[in-house]
Ligand binder design. Structure first.
Ligand SMILES: Cc1cc2nc3c(=O)[nH]c(=O)nc-3n(C[C@H](O)[C@H](O)[C@H](O)COP(=O)(O)O)c2cc1C
Length: 336
């Protein structure tokens, strides 16, 4: 089986990254549909005795898949059963959008990295959640829904996009991740500036409080942080977030850079140091008040150990999974 997967990965690497990603997701789903029973049994074996509870969520293990691979909410069961304890889908925006111009993903293979300028290509939150409802019942892990704003929504009205998505996802999601840190939607990162952040978080908290009472459900909300912020600003972001009932932080999103004629988000090996540095800063300020999910260049047991030392409760992978396939989950699970 591993031989087959490794061979497929090698062949897929000759194709453009987005085509390769699309085909891998489809093939993996087909595989899951055919071998569902043995895959699910295998999942139980892999995650035995690794259960861990945070807030009101029960994670089968600490290794999750970062947002942006399942941008449609169609692959939760097939990806999740490879061994993930949690999967984050999206980022979803209120309206469907195509994203930025092609080419918008390049492999930086020698550095185990990717650069992407996708720009929230997604089917819109309504269809995304419909897909999710149909494709999650065979996954026992936690499912997060990442939400963002449409490209054409002004920064002044951005909170309305987040509130729209929050209302839609609140009942379905196990947790909601606020994505204000993608470098690929023009101006998005300004939402974490003093001018916009307080209002945004206040409005989100007010709406979440209402939803909690009306629906009798608490859906934790996490904030995904950019690795490119300065320490002073991070302190204000974290204090303001915690005051407004944000339950945790995902540290970090991709870092803005330029390679191979693409200006966009860098992930994988090249992000590792920045992401660890940001984790250290967040850990110091957060002081165990909110949950911390480490994301950025994780691929080995040493990465997990280092992130644990710097206060990470959970981990997310993306780029190492793209390069190494399901083997990376098996490599990490014993150390998680
Ligand atoms: C192609 C690509 C698309 C991504 N799309 C999203 C997204 O839609 N929302 C989001 O919050 N993060 C997105 N990310 C960021 C990842 O979730 C992750 O935080 C980041 O890549 C760092 O982890 P890694 O180094 O393990 O890849 C994307 C990353 C990549 C490489």
């Amino acid at each position: 089986m591993n031989l087959f997967i490794n061979l497929s990965l090698k062949i897929l690497r000759f194709l453009p990254p987005e085509v390769s990603s699309y085909l891998s997701l489809k093939m993996n789903k087909l595989f899951f549909l055919i071998f569902r029973f043995s895959i699910k049994k295998n999942y139980q074996e892999k995650t035995k005795n690794k259960n861990i509870s945070f807030l009101n969520l029960n994670f089968p293990n600490r290794i999750g898949l970062g947002a942006g691979l399942d941008k449609e909410g169609k692959y939760v069961e097939s990806l999740g059963n490879l061994g993930f304890g949690f999967i984050e889908v999206g980022t979803f925006t209120p309206l469907p959008q195509k994203g930025n111009e092609y080419p918008r993903i390049k492999r930086l293979k020698s550095m185990d990295s990717l650069i992407n300028s996708l720009g929230f290509n997604n089917p819109g939150i309504d269809i995304g959640l419909e897909n999710l409802k149909r494709n999650r019942s065979n996954f026992n892990g936690v499912v997060g829904v990442s939400i963002g704003k449409n490209r054409d929504t002004s920064l002044e009205s951005a909170h309305l996009d987040y509130i729209y998505c929050l209302q839609k996802a609140y009942l379905i999601a196990d947790y909601i991740a606020l994505n204000i840190s993608s470098p690929n939607t023009e101006g998005l990162r300004e939402l974490s500036s003093e001018d916009y952040f307080k209002k945004l978080i206040f409005e989100i908290n007010s709406e979440a409080t209402k939803l909690n009472e009306d629906l009798n459900k608490i859906t934790p909300i996490f904030l995904k942080i950019s690795p490119d912020e300065n320490e002073e600003r991070i302190e204000q972001i974290i204090e303001c977030s915690l005051k407004n009932n944000i339950s945790g932080f995902i540290v970090s999103n991709t870092s803005l850079g330029e390679f191979k004629n693409i200006t966009g988000g860098i992930s994988g090996g090249l992000l590792k140091d920045k992401s660890v540095k940001m984790l250290q800063i967040v850990n110091k300020i957060n002081a165990k008040r909110g949950l911390v999910i480490s994301s950025g260049g994780i691929s080995t047991k040493e990465d997990l150990q280092q992130r644990r030392k710097h206060g990470a409760d959970l981990f997310q992978i993306y780029t190492s999974f793209v390069y190494k396939g399901p083997q990376v989950i098996d490599d990490l699970l014993p150390w998680s």
